[in-house]
Structures are given as C-alpha cells and as structure tokens.
Design a protein around this ligand. Structure first.
Ligand SMILES: Cc1cc2nc3c(=O)[nH]c(=O)nc-3n(C[C@H](O)[C@H](O)[C@H](O)COP(=O)(O)OP(=O)(O)OC[C@H]3O[C@@H](n4cnc5c(N)ncnc54)[C@H](O)[C@@H]3O)c2cc1C
Length: 374
C-alpha cells in the first residue's frame, strides 16, 4: 500500500515519521507552526534502540558521525565529588550525545525537498471513512506529532487529562568546553548531568524538585549557579562558561497513559501520544521507534485501518512502560528523603554488578530491535 500522509509537527517525532514514510514509498506533507526551523534546544542522548531505529530511517550512519559517545550512570558522583560508581565503561559507548539541533538538522536534510511547510499551524482535523484532512489539505492518514501540548490530542481525545507536572524543574545549557566525560551527579533534591557534544561543546542539565510549576527567575543562569555553587568541578565552571541567554528553564511534565493512540485515520506519535519525564533519555528515541513501527505496518498491512490498529497495539505497552519507569527514576534520583539511602546503595553495589546492570543488553529498553523498512 502507498499513499499520502499529513504529519503535524516537525520535531524529531514528525521528522522521523516523514523519513519513515519516505522509506516505504509514501509521500508526506509536514505542517510546522514555527515560522522557521532553526537552532533549537540543548543536548540529548540516544540509546541503542533509537540508533537502530535511525538506521531504518537511513540516517543512522550520519547520526553516529555527529553523536559523541557518552556515559552517565557509568560515572556517578555525589555533589561533593565522591565517586559512587566509576565502572569501566563499555567501549565504544552504546550511548551517543547530540546537540538537539544537530540531530534535527540531519533528519531534516534527509527528507525530499518541499515536504516541510513552516508557518503552518494545524487548528482543525476532520475525517471520513476514506480520508483525513487538516484544514483544506486532505490525505489518507494524519500523523499528529505535535508534542506534549498536542492540538490533535485536545481535539480528538477531549477526555484525555492535561499533561501532569511531576514536581521537578530543569535548567539546561550548552557551554564551549571540550573533552568533558559524560557523568551524573546526585545531590539532595537534585541531579546534574553532563554529556560531551561535537565541536568542542558540553551539554548540562540540572534537574531539581519544585513545589509548583511556573516559578521563573530574572537570571536563570545565576539561579542554576546558585543551586550548585558548592558542587564538585567542573559543574560551577561549566555553568559559568554558558552564555546566559542559552540557559533554558523548563518544568518537567508527562502524560497519563492514553487508552489508544489512534482515532479513525489519525495517529498520535511521540510526545503527543506519550510525553515522558526525561530521566531515561528516551522521549525522542521512543518517537523515532513509533515512526518505524507505524511505517512498517503501513508497508505490510492491507489497509490504513489495520496498520493503525497494529501500531497502537505495538506501541502503547512499550511507551507507557518506559514513561512509567522514567517518572519513577526521576522521583528516586531527586528525592531528598531517599538521597542517603540511594547513594549508599549505589556505592555498596560491587562494580562488576553495576557494570553488568548498565550493559546495553541488560536493559530491556535498549534491547529493542526495529522492524525492517525497505
Ligand atoms: C529536559 C529534557 C531532556 C530530554 N532529554 C532527552 C534525551 O536525552 N533523549 C531523548 O530521546 N529524549 C529526551 N527528551 C525528550 C524529547 O525532547 C522529546 O520526547 C521529543 O523532543 C519529542 O519530540 P516530538 O517531535 O514528539 O515533539 P516536539 O519536539 O515537541 O515537536 C512538536 C513540534 O510540533 C509543532 N507543533 C505543535 N503544535 C502544532 C500545530 N498545531 N500545528 C503545527 N505544528 C505544531 C511544534 O512547533 C514542534 O516543532 C528530553 C526532554 C526534556 C524536557
């Protein structure tokens, strides 16, 4: 079966969907409300499951050239610098770190010219038995990859609960510092993550508990620095080296599980379907998996309807389990009450056991293999 799909949103999920459709001989029109697609966000990591899915999209090799091997849970410390685990990492590291804009750009550049329409906001969706439409534009299928605040979800899943604030908030930045290894530092009520990036840069994220969403500061960089002023090197220097206007502050939210990701000829994909806490570094990776599974179903199933049923059944359990796990990981890593117990447990775990626990094949999320496209 071939056809034409409208994809709402040109984030990583929407671009992955368009690339996957291209691989199976479908056409796609990607509607993006932003006037242009520029330098966005800070850093992120991609795990082996997502890298295999990128291979199926035909961009795995380029992604591996841009991504920088990193470690987080192989290099764990407390705020005063004490090493909790310094497991000899698996070489080469299965985890790659990217500037979000770099990953986004390489996906965008691999799409046929003219597929993305910027400055195009989807405000209404309609459908009948044979087609689905966004405004005046009609197609065989609509893939709504319009993020955690999805308009499509609000229109077609009116009973779905709004995204939930998880009691955590995060500062993110990218500094021009070369050669820092990936690491994670656990403090009471907060953790600090570092990933090396290409072109001599380092990404950092400070995730901390918060009583309520929406608390903002006149100088977010100064606030992140204040909260970590006594933390070990290189944390204060890393924040100091970050341009103040490049520090992003966001509240952490996720979505309660939806009973289905499909409504007629409309499928939710990525954060629109299953926005999750970032603590497993899986949100974008799961959206790339979604895209490959959806396209594989469209390529093999006799109708759009059966393909979407297959997609829904295949993706809901995995993405919702991952989201549940991420929510729990984030709560545990930032709990003040459990901080001492957590750090003691990690410190007392034998290094060999810890190493086995973080190996790529020990992790059911990382073990996932995509269906073949093409
Ligand atoms: C602090 C933090 C760290 C993270 N770290 C990682 C990580 O290390 N690894 C990882 O895999 N994931 C990570 N994630 C998760 C990841 O960022 C998201 O899961 C991913 O970006 C979701 O992609 P998406 O395309 O589904 O949605 P989005 O990136 O939100 O893209 C949605 C797009 O749709 C557009 N849009 C919205 N509404 C409309 C409309 N009505 N019409 C047209 N266009 C519309 C938006 O402008 C946007 O471009 C992290 C998230 C956070 C918050």
């Amino acid at each position: 079966m071939t056809g034409h799909a409208i994809v709402i949103g040109a984030g990583i999920g929407g671009l992955a969907a368009a690339l996957a459709l291209h691989r199976i001989g479908w056409r796609a029109t990607v509607l993006e409300r932003a006037p242009e697609l520029g330098e966005i966000g800070a850093g992120m990591s991609q795990a082996p499951n997502a890298l295999r899915a990128l291979d199926e999209l035909g961009v795995g090799e380029r992604a591996r050239q841009v991504g920088v091997p990193t470690h987080a849970t192989a290099n764990l410390r407390t705020a005063n610098g004490r090493h909790l685990q310094r497991a000899h990492p698996v070489e080469p590291s299965p985890l790659l770190a990217f500037h979000r804009a770099d990953l986004h750009r390489l996906m965008m550049e691999s799409l046929p010219a003219g597929w993305i329409r910027t400055g195009s906001e989807a405000t209404g969706i309609s459908q009948d038995r044979g087609s689905a439409a966004v405004g005046e534009l009609s197609a065989d299928l609509v893939i709504a990859a319009d993020g955690i605040g999805s308009t499509a979800r609000r229109l077609l899943w009116p009973d779905a609960p709004a995204p939930r604030f998880l009691g955590r908030t995060a500062w993110l930045g990218v500094a021009p510092i070369d050669g820092l290894p990936g690491s994670m530092t656990l403090g009471p009520g907060a953790y600090f993550l570092i990933h090396p990036l290409s072109r001599g840069r380092a990404y950092w994220a400070l995730v901390a508990t918060a009583d309520r969403p929406g608390i903002r500061h006149a100088d977010e960089k100064a606030e992140a620095a204040r909260r970590t002023q006594d933390w070990h090197d290189p944390i204060p220097g890393l924040i100091d080296a970050t341009p103040a206007d490049a520090v992003i502050h966001i509240d952490i939210r996720d979505l309660d599980p939806l009973p289905t990701y499909v409504n007629g000829r409309v499928a939710l994909l990525g954060d629109a379907a299953h926005a999750m806490s970032p603590d497993r570094g899986q949100g974008a990776g799961q959206s790339i998996e979604d895209a490959v599974v959806l396209a594989a179903a469209l390529a093999t199933e006799p109708t759009v309807e059966t393909a979407l049923r297959h997609y829904d059944a295949a993706r809901r359990p995995r993405t919702q389990t991952t989201a549940r796990g991420a929510r729990a990981d984030g709560r545990r890593a930032t709990s003040r009450a459990a901080h001492r117990a957590l750090t003691t447990m990690i410190r007392l775990t034998p290094a060999s056991l810890w190493r086995r626990g973080i190996a790529p094949d020990a992790n059911p999320t990382w073990r996932w293999r995509p269906p073949r496209l093409g």
